[in-house]
Structure formats: C-alpha cells, structure tokens
Design a protein around this ligand. Structure first.
Ligand code: SAH
Ligand code: SF4
Length: 365
C-alpha cells in the first residue's frame, strides 16, 4: 500500500449508487494490491452493515482503515435534536455540513417502522398550510444526505432499519430528481438498504418532468399526489404550483403511471371539506382508481387555516367510501413533538433565538 496525496477531492462513496460505489472500491483495492474480498468487506460497511467511521471496521487491518479515512471519508448527519413522542414517534433534526437543517420522522406501527425523509432543505413551493413552505428554499440535498437519513437511524439503533420509507419530510422530491433517483436505488437495492420498492413512496405536488422520470423507473415504487383540493381554483388558493402544473395536467400524468396512486388530502376547515368537495374528489379518485389518504391539518402553516374537526373528517371519509372510494384517515402521529413537515426545525430555531422555553422534550444529539 502506498499512501498517496489526493489531487482532487476524494470520491464520496455514499453519494454513489451501490453499483458505482462497489466499482470504486474494487478498483481501489486492486490498485493497492489488496485481495478482492477486501473491496467487498469495505463495501458492506456502506449500507448493509454501516459504520460511523472506518475505525469501526475492525475486520480490516488498522493501516487500511487509516488509509480509507483519507481515501473515502464517510460523512455523517449531525443529530441536533431528537424528540420521542408518547406514541413512540421519533423525530430527528439533522444539521448538515453547511449549516442547513432537515428533519426525519420514524413512526412505528405494529411491525412496521415508517421513516419519513426530507429531499430538500426547505421548499420553494410555498403551500399555504405547510411549515416547510413558509421557511422558503435552502438547497437540494445530495444522494448521501437523503439516503443518509436511513443510515443514521441504523447507526443509532441497528434494529431500526425502516420497513417503509416515505418522501414526506421537507422538500419536493421531484424538484431534486437526480439526487432522489440515486437515493431510491440505494434505499431499494439489495446491495444498499434492501427496502422493497412497494414500501417506498414518493410524495409530490405533481412536477410533470419529474413525474415522467419517476414513471420510467422499472421498480414498483409508490406515488402519492398531494391533491388537497378537487378543483383548480381551490387548489390555486392553497398551492401556488397549481399555476405551473395544473390539476388536470397532474391527473393526466398520474393516470399514465403504471402503479396505483394515492391522493393526499389535508383537511382544512371551510376550505376543502364540504360535501361537494368530497363528491368531486370521489369523481377524480374513481377516474384513476386512486386511494385517498386524508390528513388532519397540523399547525405550522398559515395561521388563518384551521383544522377540520374530527367528526367532519369522519363524515367526509364516509362520503368518499359510500361512493366506492378507498379512503383512510391518517392518524395524527407525534402531535406533541411538532412532528409535521418542517415543524421541528421552526421550533428549534425559535428556541435557539431564546424566545420561548418548555413544551415538548427536546434533547441535543
Ligand atoms: N413536497 C411533497 C412532499 C413533502 S410534504 C408534497 O407536498 O407532496 C408531504 C406531505 O405532508 C404532503 O402531502 C403535504 O401536503 C403534507 N403536509 C404539509 N403540511 C402539512 C400540514 N400542516 N398538515 C398536514 N399535512 C401537511
Ligand atoms: Fe413544499 Fe410539499 Fe410543503 Fe408544498 S407541502 S411547501 S410542496 S414540502
């Protein structure tokens, strides 16, 4: 082994697909006169049996571990805050190398562990009801920063590998397609985390070029469309993106998708929760054989928007079901810990500013 000074930045293994990372490691092992099995041992440590640092890969000789530290540094997401809700929901705020902050939420339910991950720091789309939308756009996440949210969970609790992953944290995944594309491969590949494609859901407002790219993936990834209103004028009032990609165009793109689609529908009092809205929504859902996922409104968006009361939500769901639509009302999880999109970051930054104290338990990671 000859120690070499890199002339360019070392390749970031965790930003590659597993196949590309395996090639890099195999090439590096061969260049350094190492047997091929060493390349495979190193590769296992990326996603299959992840380590926090090469020094933890005790199956490798110490000099090799030291060399790997400079050849292929393993970046981490720094846990700035971790909150545990009474219902078992766990929320993480990750601080990124450049100071941006993103969130993930781990939601246990029976034998399932669903991890909700972020694809961007902030979001440019400014939906009225959304805390992330209100903070504006920071930047796109890299593939490592997306799939790394799963990696960090496994590093902390090796038994916590999520059974399901949903892109329902901060950001619009289809406005960061190149990185989301790689991250989907890492999450799904048996050489990565090996999470079944049917257990990975991309949620989007309906960015048409991104939808086309996503539809070209051969795996059975799931698609959730954030609909939130059954007519274009109503939707325009909540979601500025409607001016660019309107409801009709989004529905046509979703209809061309070969997989079953879910509509996400946030219930907002007096805005989209009337019987007539349910009837129009039922009509759209029938057209696409879509499931409808009804979400109670979490606080954090525009202050003038108030949640639809629970009995009205139940009546709305029943009206959809009476028209043959499969509708589920999502249980509000982790309400005691700000567990809706963007809320932990808003809350943590508010506390840092020293404006309030108390509330949910917050501990530094
Ligand atoms: N940008 C993508 C994915 C992230 S948002 C999208 O909009 O689909 C994930 C889901 O959380 C979306 O369905 C979004 O509408 C929902 N959401 C955002 N703010 C919410 C709130 N205050 N209460 C309930 N759901 C919310
Ligand atoms: Fe962005 Fe989704 Fe929030 Fe809209 S709901 S602002 S698209 S993260």
């Amino acid at each position: 082994m000859s120690p070499r000074t890199p002339v360019v930045a070392p390749p970031r293994l965790l930003d590659q697909t597993p196949a590309a990372a395996a090639r890099l490691l195999a090439g590096w092992a061969a260049e350094h006169g190492l047997p091929a099995y060493r390349g495979r041992q190193m590769f296992r440590r990326l996603w299959q049996a992840p380590i926090a640092a090469w020094s933890d890969a005790t199956e490798l000789p110490r000099p090799l571990r030291l060399e790997l530290d400079s050849a292929f540094p393993l970046p981490r997401l720094a846990a700035e805050a971790e909150q545990l809700s009474a219902d078992g929901t766990r929320k993480y705020l990750w601080r990124l190398a450049d100071g941006e902050a993103i969130e993930s939420v781990l939601i246990p339910s029976g034998s399932r562990r669903t991890l909700c991950i972020s694809s961007q720091a902030g979001c440019a789309l400014g939906c009225a009801f959304c805390a992330t939308g209100r903070m504006g756009f920071g930047r796109n996440l890299t593939p490592f920063e997306i799939a790394g949210q799963v990696r960090e969970i496994v590093l902390r609790h090796p038994d916590d590998l999520p059974s399901n992953v949903v892109f329902m944290g901060m950001g619009e995944p289809l406005l960061n397609w190149p990185a989301v594309d790689v991250a989907l491969t890492t999450l799904n590949s048996p050489d990565g985390f090996g999470i079944g494609a049917r257990h990975i859901t991309v949620s989007t407002v309906g960015i048409l070029p991104g939808l086309e790219a996503f539809a070209r993936r051969p795996e059975q990834f799931r698609l959730a469309i954030s609909l939130h209103a059954p007519t274009s004028p109503q939707r325009r009032g909540l979601m500025p993106v409607e001016k660019k990609y309107d409801l009709d165009a989004v529905l046509r793109a979703a209809a061309a998708f070969r997989k079953r689609v879910t509509f996400e529908y946030v219930m907002i009092a007096g805005v989209n929760d009337a019987d007539a809205d349910a009837d129009r929504l039922a009509h759209l859902a029938r057209r696409l054989s879509a499931l409808v996922n009804i979400l109670p409104l979490h606080p954090g968006g525009a202050p003038d928007l108030t949640p639809t009361p629970p009995d009205r939500i139940r009546a709305f769901a029943a009206r959809l079901r009476n028209q043959g639509i499969e509708a589920t009302v999502r249980r509000s999880r982790g309400l005691d810990i700000d567990a809706a999109c963007g809320q932990l970051r808003v809350e943590t930054e508010r506390r840092k500013g020293g404006k309030t104290e108390g509330g949910a338990q917050l501990r530094s990671g």
